[in-house]
Structures are given as C-alpha cells and as structure tokens.
Ligand binder design. Structure first.
Ligand SMILES: *[C@@H]1O[C@H](CO)[C@@H](O)[C@H](O)[C@H]1NC(C)=O
Ligand SMILES: *[C@@H]1O[C@H](CO)[C@@H](O)[C@H](O)[C@H]1NC(C)=O
Ligand SMILES: *[C@@H]1O[C@H](CO)[C@@H](O)[C@H](O)[C@H]1NC(C)=O
Length: 222
C-alpha cells in the first residue's frame, strides 16, 4: 500500500533541503582527485606587516621569490599598507580529517601558535584567506577557540582552485580572495557577461552573502 502524500511531505521537504544545502556548499574544488602547480592568494597588506613577514607565513624563506608574481611593485622592500600582494602556492587535492572521502583543493601552511592567538586571529593573520570555522574543521585536534596552547602547530588551510578554460583560456590560474572583497567581482570589467555568469557559478557564496569565506577570481600567469 502506498503511503499517503501528507505523510511523505516532510521527507520530500527534507530531501529538497538536503539537495539545496549540498548544492550551495559545493565549491569549485570539491571532489577533486588532483591539484595544480600554481594558485595565488590575495593578501591585503596592513600597516603592521612587511613582505618578508607575509612570505614567511606561506613558507618562503626569501620574500624576493614573490617578486615575479607582483611586478606592479617597484620593490618588495616596501609595499605600502592598502595594497594587495599575490602569494603563489601549490594547489593540492586534500582530504577532510573528519571524512577521508571528502576532497577539496587547498594548500596547507603549518603555523606555530603564539600565546593568546585564536582561530579568528590566525585567520586574520592570513588575511582572512581562511576562516576560524575552516581552521577548526581541517585540524584534527581542535582546541577551545580562545585557548589554543602556545607552540601548537596548526595547519592553516587556504582553499584554491585550478584554471578553468571555460572562463577563459587566457586565465590559466585562480586567485583566492577574502570574501569581504566581493565587490571586486562587480569591478571585473575585463570579463564578458558569459564569463561573469560562469564566475558566479564558480562562487556559489556570492548569492548567499554570508560575509565570510573566499572567492575565486581568474588570474593570468606570470
Ligand atoms: C619585517 O617584519 C618582521 C616581523 O614583524 C621584522 O622582524 C623585520 O625586521 C621587518 N623587516 C623590515 C625590513 O622592516
Ligand atoms: C579578518 O576578519 C576579521 C573578522 O571579520 C576582521 O576583524 C579583521 O580585520 C580581518 N582581517 C583582515 C586582515 O582583513
Ligand atoms: C573551503 O572549501 C571547503 C570545501 O568546498 C568548504 O567547505 C570551506 O567552507 C571552504 N573554506 C573557506 C574558508 O571558504
């Protein structure tokens, strides 16, 4: 005997919700099986940092290695606050500690925690290219947000994505942008309407307007 529709309705609604939820959560790199050699993180330079410090956060011992990705600056010895620096990294296909079957594209930067640092302050140190929630989701050991033991090595995970020829063959790679810079999307005049539509598909969070997380913007190689 068939179940009457009123009984089925809650299940249908739940199914619909699950579909919607999984759809909005799907980012460009989900379900990856390989990464790519190069992605860029867009780091917003604040008054208290210099390029040598920024480079060290991403594992560079010599900040001059960043020069060829930042040709707009006459010298990296002094980059004024308010500028954006491109930091290159390898975009890898990683797995989630809580679900080994879940893969996503990102880079992992080991970070030694200083006294008093929180997930929020660490995300901010990395220019909000990651978030406190994502730091907690991607580290096997989680600590109280305001009491991470000093000298703990956390993996700072910065999401990325690899080039997409559908957007443009000229743009071989993607730049990861903190979400507060969503407005950059509106200002990308160099992309055609079709390409802009694809960018929106690539960045589902644009619609959700959650105000956290990151966006992927195509970039040209060096
Ligand atoms: C850059 O910042 C680091 C850490 O804050 C500091 O130790 C270093 O002296 C600075 N370098 C320059 C050239 O200002
Ligand atoms: C990162 O985000 C936090 C919380 O939204 C904000 O207070 C902080 O200023 C941001 N840091 C940077 C470097 O943008
Ligand atoms: C990174 O990507 C994963 C998988 O798509 C997503 O769940 C997570 O929210 C993303 N993190 C950020 C900071 O956007």
């Amino acid at each position: 005997m068939e179940a009457p529709l009123p009984l089925l309705l809650p299940f249908l609604l739940l199914l619909l919700l699950l579909l919607v939820a999984s759809n909005t959560a799907t980012a460009a790199g989900d379900g990856c099986n390989m990464g790519c050699d190069l992605a860029l993180g867009s780091y917003y330079v604040t008054p208290n940092v210099n390029v040598s410090y920024i480079a060290s956060l991403f594992g560079f011992s010599d900040y001059r290695e960043l020069a060829k990705y930042n040709r707009g600056f006459p010298s990296l010895d002094y980059v004024a606050a308010g500028n954006r620096l491109d930091v290159p990294f390898t975009c890898k296909c990683l797995t989630l500690p809580s679900d080994r079957a879940s893969t996503y594209l990102a880079a992992s930067f080991p970070h030694k925690v200083d006294t008093g640092e929180t997930y929020v302050s660490i995300a901010s140190k990395y220019s909000n290219l990651t978030t406190a929630d994502w730091l907690q989701a991607t580290n096997t050991n989680t600590y109280p947000p305001n009491n991470i033991p000093a000298n703990t090595i956390l993996n700072v995970i910065v999401n990325c994505t690899c080039g997409d020829a559908r957007i443009s063959a000229d743009y071989g790679l993607f730049r990861t942008f903190p979400v507060k810079d969503w407005q950059v999307l509106a200002s990308i005049s160099e992309f055609s309407p079709d390409q802009k539509a694809l960018l929106t598909i690539y960045n589902p969070a644009i619609h959700s307007g959650t105000g956290s997380g990151i966006a992927y913007i195509p970039a040209k190689g060096t």
